[in-house]
Ligand binder design. Structure first.
Ligand code: IFM
Length: 459
């Protein structure tokens, strides 16, 4: 846990180092739609989103931003934006409809079209191999609770490498395994909707094992660079009281350290605060695989989290958790209600450097952004709050660089408005507005702002 202390100075953004990567990010299930096209199989997110009561307003992702059909429009937008890289994800169920067996050719053809389109536009593809859309057939066989899913993942990665490995020179193995474990298996607020609380811990290890196996497959077959994306939050204790301090430390374990320590320090953190002795499911050799050196470490950052000791009789205490969330006082929030504290971003980056030292590879900011209730008026979207958010967070990244953190790239979440998981279409994160009825794309003011930043930084 890092203290909240790195206030970025208010000044024009000084240039990042030459070669800094500028990008925007998306994920397959959130943008593609065409969920029944070309032999695609069903994922846990298809099942979850078709289950009544799971998604706000009953939304599904059958069309989403229609990028499966409009990918060329999106590449044109990226080109106009001037990005050097595009981070998108590959849907496992387009490649292996049931998560096992031979490749589904038409599914891979689609990603080949995307990759070739990007390369033709001079944009480097940065695919994420797993962004939460686990094949439903694998979930039926145990999902991430089953060790075998990690092996299945390595087989899928081999099929993707076989088709795209000659053109893709940078890969991300997993996106935010913490959210899969915490929201998907511990709380059940996201797919697959299991509420196992600490019983979800094996899903953390099996995902990290899948990451390690994928790194090994990529290293064995190519010279491509590889990293993982974890999301990080700055955990702020609600007070100096020992109970709140202990609560914050415990939250830091489950949100940040369970997923970063094995990758960056080769060991799981001590979970005795939860009455757990030893991390479940770890076998000899696993941690060596998981901790194999990476070319970059992907960091997603959105907001800090304030945490207090669980109050007696609360649902958190009843569930055996030592913490409960606490609101920040007098802090502006995004459309999601997430606190906007840019200095916390610098704190997180400096904290990673302090905690992992030489074992921390160069950082790439693989997601940062904010949702606001954008509306199109006379063909324009004046999203001043998003510009302010991005501007302040980019300054915080720049400040962390000045403090000695090696950051090599920055990706805005997101290129386009999309299906925001359990929130359906109610949270818009895009630089480009999507009319979810017509698919029409409208550049927001933040699009022009980001294009200006990239152009100024590239001079
Ligand atoms: O939309 C998500 C994304 O899929 C993963 N990171 C956080 C984003 C905003 O909630």
């Amino acid at each position: 846990m890092t203290e909240h202390r790195h206030e970025p100075p208010l000044a024009a953004l000084p240039p990042f180092a030459p070669g800094f990567r500028w990008g925007a990010a998306t994920a397959a299930f959130q943008i593609e739609g065409s969920t029944g096209a070309d032999g695609r199989g069903s994922s846990i997110w298809d099942t979850f989103s078709q289950t009544p009561g799971r998604i706000l307003e009953g939304a599904t992702a059958g069309i989403a931003a229609d990028s499966y059909r409009r990918y060329a429009d999106d590449i044109a937008l990226l080109s106009e934006l001037g990005v050097t890289d595009y981070r998108f994800s590959i849907s496992w169920t387009r490649v292996q409809p049931d998560g096992t067996g031979p490749a589904n050719g038409p599914g891979l053809d689609y990603y080949e079209r995307v990759v070739d389109g990007l390369l033709g536009a001079g944009i480097a593809p940065l695919p994420t191999l797993f962004h939460w859309d686990l094949p439903q057939a694998l979930e039926d066989a145990g999902g991430w609770l089953a060790r075998d899913t990690a092996t299945r993942f390595a087989d899928y990665v081999a099929l993707v490498l076989d088709r795209l490995g000659d053109r893709v020179h940078r890969w991300i193995t997993l996106n935010e395994p913490a959210m899969m474990t915490l929201q998907g298996y511990a709380l059940g607020t996201q797919a697959p909707g299991r509420a196992l609380m600490m019983g979800a811990l094996p899903t953390a290890h099996h995902q990290l094992l899948a990451h390690g196996l994928a790194v090994s497959a990529i290293r064995a077959n190519s010279t491509a660079e590889v990293g993982i994306t974890n999301n990080h939050t700055l955990v702020v204790p609600a007070s100096d009281a020992p109970g709140d301090q202990l609560a914050a430390a415990a939250f830091d374990l489950v949100y940040n350290r369970i997923f970063a320590d094995p990758v960056l320090a080769g060991a799981y953190p001590d979970l005795s605060a939860f009455g757990i002795d030893g991390f479940p499911g770890v076998q000899p050799g696993d941690l060596e695989l998981i901790a194999a050196p990476l070319d970059f470490y992907g960091v997603n950052f959105y907001n800090p989290t304030r945490v207090a000791a669980a109050s007696a009789g609360s649902e958190f205490a009843a569930a055996g958790l030592p913490f409960e969330p606490a609101d920040f006082v007098d802090v502006p929030v995004t459309g999601f209600g997430w606190p906007i504290v840019p200095s916390a971003f610098a704190d997180v980056l400096v904290g990673l450097q302090d905690d992992y030292g030489d074992r921390l590879p160069p950082i790439v900011i693989t997601e940062n952004g904010a949702s606001f209730p954008d509306v199109v008026v006379d063909g324009a979207v004046h999203d001043v709050e998003r510009i302010a958010y991005l501007d302040a967070h980019l300054s915080a990244v720049r400040h962390a660089v000045e403090l000695g953190v090696d950051v090599r790239g920055y990706f805005v979440w997101s290129l386009i408005d999309n299906f925001e998981w359990a929130e359906g279409y109610t949270q818009r994160f895009g630089l480009v507005h999507i009319d979810f009825d017509s698919g029409e794309r409208t550049r927001k003011d933040s699009f022009d702002w980001y294009r200006g930043v990239i152009a100024a930084q590239s001079r």
